[in-house]
Design a protein around this ligand. Structure first.
Ligand SMILES: [Zn+2]
Ligand SMILES: [Zn+2]
Length: 334
């Protein structure tokens, strides 16, 4: 089968021909329908090292962690799936630590290798996944479902963390209307009545934000970040200028969620922050949040905005993503 593999650190991945993998105990094989391309793929290719700070990744490894497909074969000891059933792959936890017991599998104390981050990923014709990471998506087109597992779920988890602050009459700022941000706008529309102000540098992304129902769409620029204008800021970029913007916009008792890994920092002191303001990072989402998100899609409240590309175009898509030229999410169809 064809697979897009990272062979050497800091070198462009290559399209190679490898055998179709056999599912081992506890694993399921999926025929890949779609794989969304994410900023984290760029991070993995260009900045990852074999350092202990990262999940241990051995090369060569097939990349792609936003995967959907059809159940193809159950490994020994696995049951309950149907041949040809559409499903997505999420983050598997150990299942027995305190975080997993509470349903927070993405914060698992023993979180190990994940599909596309240590285990071979979805930019291939077939992929293996731990059975406890596979979630069926009903009648949904699995190509459209692929972005739900990361772009959709990571934004949904960030929204769920702060939804209790968004009573009628409040304002939420969404910085960065990319793969995650365009989903966040729809998730906010589905869950609350707060006024949504979207910020992005790209005119096409701001048009998409307006189509998705953002109340105001502004250039992501200091001139447009109004002091104390938001009860919640969701920063899907996390770079120095956007975090500074978040700190400027947040109101007393407000909450800033930094989702993007842009490397910016914040002077979180009384001198710069309004009273009662809080700040958090987030990572991924839980399995039950993924199931909630699938229900919102099935009910017609949310639709990922995707552009489809063939497997041969992964390098082109990564290049466009790095340049900020992708609107919504690019999904590769192997
Ligand atoms: Zn990702
Ligand atoms: Zn765990």
């Amino acid at each position: 089968m064809k697979a897009y593999q990272l062979i050497e650190w800091q070198q462009p991945p290559k399209l190679v021909d490898i055998p179709v993998p056999e599912p081992g105990p506890g694993q399921v094989r999926l025929k890949v329908a779609g794989n969304g391309v994410c900023q984290s793929d760029l991070h993995l290719i260009h900045e990852w090292t074999a350092s202990p700070a990262h999940i241990q990744v051995e090369l060569p490894m097939t990349i792609g962690h936003e995967v959907a497909g059809w159940i193809d074969k159950e490994g020994p000891g696995v049951s309950g799936f149907e041949q040809g059933q559409a499903a997505v792959i999420t983050i598997a936890g150990c299942g027995h630590c305190r975080y997993c017991a509470q349903g927070w599998n993405q914060y698992c104390q023993h979180k190990g290798k994940q599909v596309g981050m240590g285990l071979d990923g979805g930019l291939a014709e077939f992929v293996l996944a731990p059975a406890n990471a596979v979630v069926p998506v009903g009648d949904m087109d699995p190509v459209e479902a692929a972005p739900l597992t990361d772009a959709g779920l990571s934004s949904y988890h960030a929204v769920k963390r702060i939804i209790h602050l968004l009573d009628p009459g409040t304002t939420v700022a969404v910085i960065g209307v990319g793969g995650l941000g365009h989903m966040a706008i729809q998730e906010l529309k589905a869950l609350c009545s707060a006024r949504i102000v979207a910020y992005d540098l790209n005119e096409t992304s701001l048009q998409l934000a307006a189509e998705l129902g953002a109340d105001e769409c502004l250039k992501s620029d200091d001139a447009f970040y109004q002091p104390m204008s938001a009860d919640v800021v969701l920063d899907f970029v996390g770079a120095a200028p956007t975090i500074a913007g978040a700190a400027k916009m947040i109101r007393p008792l407000g909450h800033i969620v930094v989702v993007g890994r842009g490397g910016g920092s914040i002077d979180f002191t009384h001198r710069f922050m309004p009273y009662g303001a809080t700040l958090s990072t987030t990572f991924g989402g839980s399995k039950v949040e993924l199931i909630e998100l699938i229900s919102l899609v099935e009910a017609g409240h949310i639709k990922p905005h995707i552009t489809r590309y063939p497997l041969d175009d992964v390098a082109l898509v990564l290049d466009k993503l790095a340049k900020g030229e992708i609107t919504g999410r690019a999904v590769i169809e192997p």
